[in-house]
Design a protein around this ligand. Structure first.
Ligand code: URA
Length: 230
């Protein structure tokens, strides 16, 4: 397919935008800046606009991992095991994590080489609910529920968190649904009450739930149906 046709098929581009993007040297195909609108691209050509991957150029891969506690959500770490150490796949350094978890948080982690897919999953505008199971050091009260729905002011980012849905399971256990993924978000929300989160486990991200057949540390490829749900 011609490069200009590939670009103008994307909903965000008019034909005029395509011409400007090419003339401004914003488009790279397989690592080379291309200005020629007639340049032929194939299914496995890597196509970038600035640094954004429009087509990944390699077969896309998607995995669901049951992240255990005590491992880092990074691809390399000098001290601790990383989630990528648990993945036994060729070219695994092409993979990235869609939505990190803290060192001692367990649960659903999605790993892929498809940047557009992971962006859809994690970008705040999508507002995909992420569901966490939580245990706390101190007792929780009914008044927590309204406060989580109302939002917490995070001074560092100068924002108030989006309405979150807290369900109390008993005095020290709850389930929480949040649509954002701010740094240490859940712990900081409970920090408002000076209540330490002692156990945090992500059960689902949008329509994708952790497969109960996966033990901590195990992973599997997503099915075609799961991939399409995002
Ligand atoms: N919120 C946290 O505080 N930690 C996580 O790992 C995920 C959400």
């Amino acid at each position: 397919m011609r490069l200009d046709r590939f670009l103008s098929n994307l909903p965000r581009f008019s034909r005029k935008d395509v011409r400007f993007a090419l003339l401004a040297d914003r488009v790279k195909v397989d690592g080379r800046t291309i200005r020629d609108p007639l340049h032929e691209v194939r299914e496995f050509s890597e196509i970038l606009l600035d640094d954004e991957v429009l087509q990944i150029g390699k077969p896309a891969r998607y995995f669901m991992l049951h992240k255990p506690q005590g491992c880092v959500s990074a691809t390399v770490d000098p001290e601790h095991p990383t989630v990528l150490d648990l993945i036994h796949e060729p070219d695994k350094h092409d993979l990235h994590i869609a939505g990190r978890l803290d060192f001692n948080t367990s649960g659903l982690m999605l790993i892929t080489n498809d940047g557009q897919w992971s962006r859809r999953l994690t970008q705040p505008v999508t507002k995909l609910p992420k569901i966490y199971y939580i245990e706390t050091e101190r007792e929780m009260g009914e008044h927590y529920v309204a406060k989580f729905a109302q939002g917490f002011y995070f001074a560092f980012e100068d924002l108030t968190t989006q309405p979150a849905h807290l369900t109390l399971l008993d005095s020290h256990r709850a389930r929480l649904s949040i649509v954002e993924g701010r740094y240490h978000q859940v712990k900081r929300m409970f920090g408002f009450y000076d209540n330490k989160v002692t156990r945090l486990h992500r059960e689902s991200m949008g329509p994708l739930a952790l497969d109960p057949a996966l033990e901590p540390g195990e992973y599997r490829a997503l099915t075609a149906e799961e991939i399409q749900q995002i």
